[in-house]
Design a protein around this ligand. Sequence first.
Ligand code: TRP
Ligand code: SF4
Length: 405
Amino acid sequence: MNTVATQHQRVLSGMRPTGKLHLGHYHGVLKNWLKLQHEYECFFFVADWHALTTEYESPQGISDSTWEMVVDWLAAGVNSGSAKLFIQSMVPEHAELHLLLSMSTPLSWLERVPSYKDQQEKLREKDLATYGFLGYPLLQSADILIYKAGQVPVGEDQVVHVELTREIARRFNHLYGREAGFEEKAEAAVKKMGKKNEKLYKELRNKFQEQGDHSALETARALLNDQKNISLGDKERLFGFLEGGGKIIFPEPQALLTKAAKMPGLDGQKMSKSYGNTITLREDPDVIEQKIRKMPTDPARVRLDDPGEPDKCPVWEFHQVYSDDKTQAWVQEGCRQAKIGCLDCKQPVITAIVNETLPIRERAQEYLEDPNIVRNIINEGCEAARDIARDTLEEVRQLMGLNYK
Ligand code: TRP
Ligand code: SF4
C-alpha cells in the first residue's frame, strides 16, 4: 500500500558510496539504522548517482565502493529481512521523478542550498559548476518523495536537504493536489467516519486551523489512521483537508537527527576519510592496536611522571565513547596524578574497539566468501523499491497530464 497514511511510518535513508565505512559512520548513522529497522518499514540505499555528481571525471571506483559499503551495512547488523537495501541507479524511477519535479522547482531554491557553494569552494580541483551538481538536492528530494517517506535519518549536514524536500512536497501538493470539487468530496468523506468521529475530526481540524494547535493535528492524523470504513483516496483527501490544502500526494518528511555520541578521529578532529584519521569497521585487530598506540596524547606528558590533562587528549574522547564510569575515573585520576602511562591508558580503548568490531569482522566473512548473497539481497531490495516507486510515478504522471492509458 502506498498511501499517505502508511507512509508517515516509512523510513528512508541513503549514503554515498565512500568505500569502507569507519567507526564514525557506525556510531553516527548505522547504529541508528539498526534501531529503526525494528521499529519501522525501512529502505536504505546506496546513492551512487549522488557520487557521480562530484566524481563524474573518474567514476571507476564507484561500483567497488558500493559493494564494500553494502557488505559493511550487513556486517554491522543491518538486517535484509527487516530493511530493504538497494542501489539508487538500479531504480531509475528516481530519475524520472527528479525530472518531473525539476519542472516546477525554482532555480533560486537550488542555488541557495548552502552545500552548493560550500562544496564548490571546498572541492576546487573539481569543476562543480554543472547542471547535475546543482540538481543534487532535488535528486535527494526525489529519492525521499518517491517512497513518500515520513522520516529520514541523516546527519546534521543533510538537514537542509530534507527541509528543501518539504518545500518541494508542499509546492507539488499545492500545484497538483487540487481536484475538482475537493471540498465537497472531503465533506462527504468526513461523514463516512460516523457521527462521533466526524465531530471529533472537525473539532481537531478547527483547533489546528484556527489556533495552530499542532497536537490537535497529530491527534486528528492518528484518528484518520485508525479509520477502517473509508477508502484510501478519502483518507488522503482528509489528511489534506486537515491542513487546509488539497489532497496530499507527498507527505512532508521529517529529518531524524542522530543523537549519536560524537565520534572523534585518531587525531581528535572529527573522524573522516579525508583526514586519514579513521578506524574502519572491519579493521584488523593488530592494526587497531597500532593505530591507537600511535595516537597523540596530551603533549605535557613527556615522561611517565609528568601529570596530564585528559581534556587535552584525544584518547580521553575515546574513553567517553567506550569506557564505563569506573574506567573513566581511573583515567582521570591516573592521568592527572601521573599514576598511569599513556599506553596503559590506551589499553581499555584498544580492547573495547577490538571487541566491538569482532562480530562485524565475523559477519562480513560470509558475504566476502559468497558475494552472490549480497547481490541477491540488493536485487530483492531493488524490486521492493521499484514496486513502490512505480506506483508513485504512475500517480505523478497522471497528475501532471501525462495520461496515456
Ligand atoms: N546526500 C546524502 C549524503 O551525501 C545521501 C543521500 C542521497 C540521502 N539521497 C538521500 C540521504 C535521501 C537521505 C535521503 O550523505
Ligand atoms: Fe591521554 Fe590517557 Fe595519556 Fe592522559 S594518560 S594523556 S588521557 S592517554
